[in-house]
Design a protein around this ligand. Structure first.
Ligand code: NAD
Length: 446
């Protein structure tokens, strides 16, 4: 089957390459020339495990190409996936990239008789596909739905595990507004054996937002409770999590064996959720609700708890003499295994401590270049070889739980000078950092 993907970022590229790996012919479109050039030479412009090998593979099989030419992709495709960005603009979803792409597709449909289905893969608030996108295409093309198709296929991949998540999804949600689009979606996902849900577009959109908002809610709820535990003192919230998670509704006992689902990792206290999805998606659904007269109390609370979490690092730092203002920040990306720093809690901490006047050495295995594009400060220096910086800095903040930072424990055992370690990711248990001051979320008395 011939598939066009408009917008070749984390979602568009991973979707395009994975669909091609199943035998579909895929053309990925992007506005940026540098992205297209890199991709056609077999090099992904983003870091994602296994993506480079898979990309080279599908290019060699002539199943994948990238282009700046949308018309070329439209001429060659049965279905078009819209995977452009839907960022947050003052807490409201910014649909300008969706609007522009829909208009261009509408113009193509106006001038061509070919049937094509447009399926939104970007995260968009409920009713965007069947109203906003459909209306733009109908107005621009001067044709009614039926002459073209419309659908919505939310993406649930997680950066860092994106290829694995796309290839082995827990479910595929297919929203559609016409029968031809339904058939095309079923055909596209035929090689995947997993639960498949066929719904209308706005239900598909709502599934994505409910999914992300409920996960974000778990994180904020646990952060609030862990803040309380640390204020009371004498409680390690990790023990609390253990006790709570043993409830068999969280961790069922099947065949006398305890199953520990990965949802429990969302209980771990820390500096809050970040990334390109949770913050903007929770804001977008909150704003949509308020715009149509719903009191979004819970959703607002999820966001305000999250906004305050990074500030606790300042409280932890305030316990120590201001005369020593040198900090080594370990990790910049919003999670390990990605170079994405969008809404990263570590970046929020970095900005806060720079404002407080600290001198910062920041390190990350792959996200330094992206950070340099966003922050330029005279008190900030980057160094990817963080181990040699340990001796030179008295305060170490773990901002991202990259696995390589686990070796900090051994390095600190050999370091004679007492350090302050602030662990925002609960990478360690406090008993593991001996001879140094260890502070973390949900344990230290703030
Ligand atoms: P991204 O910013 O990485 O990529 C978007 C790409 O679209 C950019 O490369 C941009 O140049 C391109 N683009 C914009 N307008 C275009 C146009 N008119 N024609 C061609 N290209 C155009 O974004 P992303 O992280 O891939 O996210 C895309 C969508 O998927 C968003 O709605 C996001 O919420 C959703 N999503 C993202 C993730 C994730 O983990 N990143 C997961 C699930 C869903």
């Amino acid at each position: 089957m011939k598939i066009g993907v408009v917008g070749t970022g984390y979602v568009g590229l991973v979707s395009g390459v994975c669909l091609a790996s199943k035998g579909h012919e895929v053309i990925c479109v992007d506005l940026r020339k540098d992205i297209v050039k890199k991709l056609n030479s077999g090099i992904p412009h983003i870091f994602e495990r296994d993506l480079d090998e898979l990309l080279k593979n599908v290019i060699n099989k002539n199943l994948f190409e990238a282009t700046n030419d949308l018309i070329y992709a439209l001429n060659s495709s049965d279905i078009i996936l819209l995977a452009v960005g839907t960022p947050s603009e003052n807490g409201k979803i910014d649909l300008s990239q969706i609007k522009k792409a829909s208009q261009e597709i509408g113009e193509y449909i106006r001038d061509n008789d070919k049937f094509i289905s447009i399926v939104v893969k970007s995260t968009v608030v409920p009713s965007t596909t069947d109203s906003f996108v459909k209306n733009i295409i109908e107005t621009t093309s001067k044709k009614k739905l039926g002459k073209f198709g419309i659908g919505m296929n939310p993406e649930f991949l997680r950066e860092g595990d994106a290829v694995k998540d796309f290839m082995y999804p827990d479910r595929i949600v297919m929203g559609f507004e016409d029968d031809k689009t339904k058939l095309l979606l079923e055909e596209m996902y035929k090689p995947w054996k997993c639960d498949k849900l066929l719904v209308n577009s706005r239900t598909a959109e709502m599934i994505k937002y409910s999914n992300n908002t409920m996960l974000a809610c778990l994180i904020s709820m646990n952060n609030e409770l862990s803040n309380l535990a640390s204020k009371i003192g004498g409680i390690d919230y990790l023990d609390v999590i253990e006790g709570v998670s043993l409830d068999k509704r969280w961790s069922p006992i099947i065949d006398k064996k305890r199953i520990k689902p990965s949802i429990i990792s969302y209980f771990t206290p820390g500096a809050g959720f970040g990334g390109s999805c949770f913050p903007k998606d929770v804001q977008a659904i909150r704003t949509q609700g308020e715009t149509i007269g719903i009191d979004m109390q819970m959703t607002n609370s999820i966001l305000s708890v999250n906004d305050n979490q990074p500030k606790q690092v300042l409280q932890m730092l305030s316990k120590f003499s201001k005369s020593n203002k040198k900090v080594l920040l370990l990790g910049l990306s919003f999670k390990p295994e990605t170079d994405d720093i969008r809404e990263s809690s570590s970046i929020k901490i970095l900005k806060l401590i720079l404002l407080e006047g600290y001198k910062v050495i920041a390190s990350d295995p792959i996200a330094i270049e992206n950070t340099k594009k966003e922050i330029n400060h005279s008190d900030l220096r980057f160094d990817s070889s963080w181990k040699k910086e340990i001796e030179l800095n008295d305060i170490i903040i773990i901002g991202t739980n990259w696995i390589e930072y686990k070796s900090l424990k051994k390095i600190l055992q050999k370091t004679s000078k007492k350090k302050v370690v602030i662990d925002c990711k609960r990478l360690f248990k406090s008993s593991e950092i001996v001879g140094h001051k260890y502070l973390t979320f949900g344990e230290s008395k703030l």
